[in-house]
Design a protein around this ligand. Structure first.
Ligand code: COS
Length: 379
């Protein structure tokens, strides 16, 4: 994989930061479920929360490759930090930077890029997960406002967000994916409530919560893009978001692999290192091969996006393969470490629990196969 000087520099910066600042708190936030406010603030100072924000609005204006490198490096030591960066950039900043009006960009992007507050994205509902067109949240026009009512689920970064991009049905007569619009909803709007944080299997330091919107009055100028186009905007947002989840999964797989390889070389049984047994050597070979394939797919999706070529299918392939690889590799890593791998003494069981999210969030593995299959069959 060829990287330019800037990309190598940003990768090194992310690697140094991850080792020095994120690694020491990763096990603790997993144990307590606390959101890592201090390191997130530092990531803001380093520009990691402004990767998807153009320089004109205080961001870094990074290409997708640089952004993925940051997510990958951070996730090599902590999935929760990786997810916080990925959700904020791809799902919060990108839609506003790409679809927002000048006033919306000036208002929401500079504080988000500086890490003063996060941005977030509210699509999923009890009945609208994989079937994103099943949105039941409504928005009714009332003079110069829209009045939103509904509930959302599994919303990342929501307790720390200044605003969320929310989908709501604006045309009740329209079927399925039609008649849905997107709104930027400031979290201090009366009637908007972020509920209790979820108690999750993994990604425990990442903030996930349900939302309630009760007669939330949003000024008409906070409609994002055109009325009725919300579904397409969310699909476009997820196309990019899936690359960042692929990078996250790749990072987790690499973190687990690195631990397992070092352990296999040190651990002696029957008078020799376990890495010298073919059973273990072959496991390491399969892990390394799958990781390399995931890396190539992920950075190919980045390259397509960076060169303005269609990337939705490659993003789905990258996300599917990288997240399934993360499950495969973290499982094998625990196997190599045996009893130690099953305890919290080593990070591999945390990587295993974190990796599971990657096969679910931003479209399950089954949804990725649908997206890939539809592209194949429409050719
Ligand atoms: N970019 C732009 N437009 C897109 C698009 C994309 N990636 N994907 C679909 N669209 C458009 C289609 O072109 C179609 O437009 P028209 O109505 O003008 O023809 C419209 O959106 C509806 O598309 P489609 O009929 O394919 O929608 P479906 O309801 O069949 O759903 C899937 C398609 C399943 C792919 C979609 O619902 C999906 O991705 N679901 C998963 C959502 C998800 O990831 N949820 C987790 C969120 S966690 S943050």
């Amino acid at each position: 994989m060829h990287l330019n000087e800037n990309q190598i520099m940003i990768r090194q910066m992310a690697r140094d930061f991850a080792r020095a600042k994120v690694a020491p708190v990763a096990a603790e936030i997993d144990r307590t479920g606390a959101f890592p406010e201090a390191t997130v603030r530092e990531m803001g100072e380093l520009g990691f929360l402004g990767l998807a924000v153009p320089e004109a609005y205080g961001g870094v204006g990074a290409d997708m490759t640089s952004y993925a490198l940051v997510v990958e490096e951070v996730s090599r030591v902590c999935g929760s930090h990786g997810l916080t960066v990925a959700a904020h950039n791809s799902l919060g900043c990108w839609p506003i930077a790409t679809l927002g009006t000048e006033a919306q960009k000036r208002r929401f992007l500079p504080p988000a890029a500086a890490g003063k507050s996060l941005l977030s994205f509210g699509l999923t509902e009890a009945n609208a997960g994989s079937d994103a067109g099943g949105t039941r949240t409504t928005a009714v026009r009332d003079g110069q406002h829209w009045v939103l009512n509904g509930t959302k689920m599994w919303i990342t970064n929501s307790h720390y967000a200044a605003a969320l991009i929310i989908t709501a049905k604006t045309d009740p007569a329209a079927q399925g994916s039609r008649g849905i619009s997107a709104f930027i909803v400031p979290t201090d709007t009366p009637g908007f409530t972020v509920e209790k944080k979820e108690d999750k299997l993994g990604m425990r330091g990442s903030d996930t919560a349900p939302l309630t919107l009760q007669d939330v009055r949003v000024p008409a100028d906070l409609l994002l893009g055109k009325e009725g186009e919300g579904f397409k905007y969310f699909m476009m947002t997820l196309d990019g978001g899936r690359i960042s989840i692929a990078a996250l999964a790749l990072g987790l797989a690499e973190g687990a692999y690195r631990t397992a390889k070092a352990y296999a070389k040190e651990r002696h049984q029957f008078g020799r290192p376990i890495a010298s047994f073919q059973a273990v050597e072959f496991m390491l070979a399969d892990m390394a091969t799958q990781i390399q394939a995931a890396r190539l797919l992920t950075y190919e999706a980045c390259r397509l996006k960076d060169t303005d070529q269609p990337y939705a299918q490659m993003a789905a392939m990258a996300k599917l393969h990288a997240s399934e690889t993360a499950m495969f590799v973290t499982d094998r890593a625990i196997q190599i470490l045996g009893g130690y791998g099953y305890t919290r003494e080593y990070p591999v069981e945390r990587f295993y629990r974190d990796a599971k999210l990657c096969t679910i969030g931003e479209g399950t593995s089954e949804i990725q196969r649908m997206v890939i299959g539809r592209h194949e069959l429409s050719e």
